[in-house]
Ligand binder design. Structure first.
Ligand SMILES: [Zn+2]
Length: 220
């Protein structure tokens, strides 16, 4: 399905509806959403509907003045978030937007390699502290409550807080790989463990994310 995600025909329409449903569900659960650029299978890059936008990686679809230099300030992005489900439905009628959630306000995300993610999920589950988890490519994303006291200082774990954002399934990640829920939020009633509870179970240190997918993960 993802290969024809932004193509034509019934699969594309179904996929587009799935994106809109995911955006509405997130908003209804209290997560503000921002429309994101979508992966174009034909062009092998991300596309959006902002006139003159030249960015090729994943990015929020917000006014050019905001994202022009690629410098993303989380507070600024949250100001562009759509919170009302009806407004989300209306916006997602325009294009097959990816579903982005600014972090730092309603949730943070601990972003780890899949190999670390498996261990982390087992440890959190054993403590009844496993919240929603997303897999995309080689990374696992653990949603947490925003904020925390544990420091972040290097390693292959990223913490997405203020100044960053994440993509919700079924958005397509860099290279067109699908993001999927490993633990659906509905299963845990949108329970979010504290960020510290998740970081505490890691063997190594974490760093605050500088959200630069656009530069770092631009498809070759
Ligand atoms: Zn764009």
């Amino acid at each position: 399905m993802p290969s024809s995600a932004v193509g034509r025909g019934v699969p594309a329409l179904r996929y587009r509806r799935a994106l809109a449903r995911a955006a509405v569900r997130a908003a209804a659960a209290g997560l503000p959403v921002v429309p994101g650029a979508w992966w174009s299978t034909a062009e092998r890059r991300f596309e959006c509907d902002v006139a003159g936008c030249t960015r090729t990686g994943p990015h929020p679809v917000v006014p050019a003045a905001y994202g022009g230099l690629g410098a993303i300030a989380g507070e600024g992005l949250a100001a562009h978030a759509i919170r009302h489900p009806a407004a989300v439905t209306a916006r997602w009628r325009r294009a097959p937007y990816a579903v982005l959630v600014p972090t730092g306000e309603t949730c943070d995300v601990v972003d780890v390699p899949a190999s670390t993610g498996r261990t982390l999920a087992l440890r959190l589950d054993a403590r009844s502290e496993l919240g929603p988890v997303i897999a995309a490519g080689a990374r696992w994303f653990f949603l947490t409550a925003p904020g925390g006291r544990l420091p972040a200082w290097g390693g292959d774990t990223l913490v997405h807080g203020l100044g960053s954002w994440i993509m919700l399934p079924p958005s397509l990640g860099p290279g067109g790989e699908p993001a999927g829920w490993l633990v659906r939020p509905g299963r845990t009633g949108w329970y979010l463990p504290t960020r510290d509870a998740v970081l505490r179970e890691l063997d190594g240190p974490a760093v605050p994310s500088q959200r630069r997918y656009d530069e770092a993960l631009r498809p070759a």
